[in-house]
Design a protein around this ligand. Structure first.
Ligand SMILES: Cc1ncc(COP(=O)(O)O)c(C=O)c1O
Length: 450
């Protein structure tokens, strides 16, 4: 049993006095002070240990403190810490080569950013300039980052306080078989209807005005929504027919999270632009980017690309990406993520769904899974309402607290618990974490209506 009580250490006092935290009412939070981590575990300053079932912010694909990754950053720091973006540099070039070699289709150039939001911002800038068309179609139930354009494209309540956003962003419904916007009764039907809806949206918005469609290949925070087979190929076809740039946001689902280098690989689809961040180097140093098709890169062959960042292709970040990609290859990390999904996590979660009346649906792939909690399997009423806060979110908070008491740190969002451990987690640790969730679900079962 783990205690979350912390004494007010200097770290805690400084944090509470001076650190302004993301997405939070500053007076209502009590951040746990993290003292260290190793592999799939981290611990607080009181020595309470947690199994990291959320990979921090679903970015720690390689686990905490991988010795070779730490050594690569140290070696780069000893060689050259920083260079301006206009220069060429070993680490930057090698990172771009390794990333593009793994990317699908003709995606063979990289624009480096510091994180995911800057990647989606630059992707839409590229698409608009390449096509000369300004509108962007983005999905409801999506997250693309918190900067101006990225939050406008976001299809969840995080966008609301930043409205009105940028003009020209239009939202559409993507596939979600469990809560179909199209009243579908099968994955195949959902696929056909979601594609028809997308094409209808293009018809009424005007194909001649739409430069890009952006979507998360597998939707992350908004529910681990795995697209039905055929959906991404259908979007590719629509984009080709209407001269629209297809942007896949793989900030969360890329770099092994879904058991592939890129989630699109599972369906053999090549978009025009891929946005990445997080798992590229597990966030040891901030890094993101856009992988660009040759055709779009050529738009900027004679004409300057009107965008840049002081830290684009930062050597410490790029050296860590190089090391991380090499470690993934040496240690078979992608294959391990895929195997964990098919052999360990998937079967264990399906067993939970059979046992617990509060588990409405489980879905995912690789190390990227959701447990969707309901008050009734028959009506699918969510355990807590959409975007619940305060007392309305109570039942979910009870499940999460029960996990943390037993030393497992889950990722929770709305009425879902996500299972997103590092891709290097041992089978035993994964099984242990799911056993803890199993016990914690008793808290949710209490709210089930007969
Ligand atoms: C799919 C997706 N896109 C973009 C972002 C934004 O990335 P960042 O927080 O690095 O700006 C996130 C972050 O969670 C994400 O999940």
């Amino acid at each position: 049993m783990t205690s979350l009580e912390t004494r007010p250490s200097t770290a805690k006092t400084n944090d509470r006095s001076h650190v302004f935290h993301s997405w939070s009412a500053q007076g209502l939070i009590n951040p746990v002070v993290i003292a260290g981590g190793e592999g799939s575990w981290f611990w607080d300053e009181d020595g309470n240990r947690f199994l990291d079932f959320s990979s921090q912010l679903v970015n720690l694909n390689i686990g905490h403190q991988h010795p070779k990754l730490v050594a690569a950053i140290q070696a780069q720091a000893a060689t050259l810490c920083t260079v301006a973006p206009s220069f060429a540099n070993d680490a930057r070039g090698e990172a771009a080569r390794l990333i593009t070699e793994r990317a699908p289709g003709d995606l063979d150039m990289v624009f480096f950013t510091n994180g995911g939001a800057e990647a989606t911002e630059n992707a839409i800038r590229m698409a608009r300039l390449h096509t000369g068309k300004h509108k962007v179609l983005a999905a409801y139930r999506s997250y693309h980052g918190a900067t101006g354009g990225a939050i406008t494209m976001t299809g969840d309540p995080r966008r609301w306080p930043s409205e009105p956003g940028y003009p020209g962003v239009v939202h559409f419904w993507g596939p979600y078989p469990y809560r179909s916007a199209f009243h579908s009764s099968s994955d195949a039907e959902e696929c056909v209807r979601a594609l028809a809806h997308l094409e209808d949206t293009i018809m009424v918005e005007g194909a001649g005005t739409i430069g890009a469609i952006i979507l998360e290949t597998v939707v992350g925070t908004n529910g681990i929504l795995v697209p039905p087979d055929g959906y991404l190929a259908g979007v590719r076809d629509i984009c080709d027919r209407y001269g629209i740039v297809m942007i896949c946001d793989e900030v969360m689902c890329g770099f092994g999270r879904c058991g592939e280098w890129f989630a699109v690989d599972r369906w053999g689809v090549a978009p025009d632009l891929i946005c990445f961040a997080k798992g590229v180097n597990s966030g040891y140093v901030p890094l993101g980017g856009v992988i660009i098709s040759r055709r779009i890169a050529d738009t900027f062959k004679e004409r300057p690309y009107p965008g840049g960042l002081t830290y684009s292709g930062h050597p410490l970040a790029c050296a860590s990406a190089v090391a991380s990609i090499n470690i993934f290859e040496e240690e078979g990390i992608i294959a391990n993520a895929r195997r964990l999904g098919t052999e360990v996590i998937g079967p264990a979660l399906r067993a939970l769904a059979d046992r617990h009346p509060s588990v409405g649906d489980v879905r995912g792939l690789g190390c990227f899974w959701a447990i969707e909690l309901v008050r009734s399997k028959a009506t699918r009423e969510p355990l807590v309402p959409y975007n619940a806060a305060g007392p309305a979110a109570g039942p979910m908070n009870e499940v999460v607290a029960a996990c943390k008491r037993e030393g497992v740190w889950p990722f929770s969002h709305f009425n879902r618990i996500h299972v997103c451990p590092p891709l290097t987690t041992t089978d035993d640790d994964v099984r242990h974490g799911i056993e803890v969730i199993d016990a914690a679900l008793a808290e949710a079962d209490k709210y089930v209506i007969a």
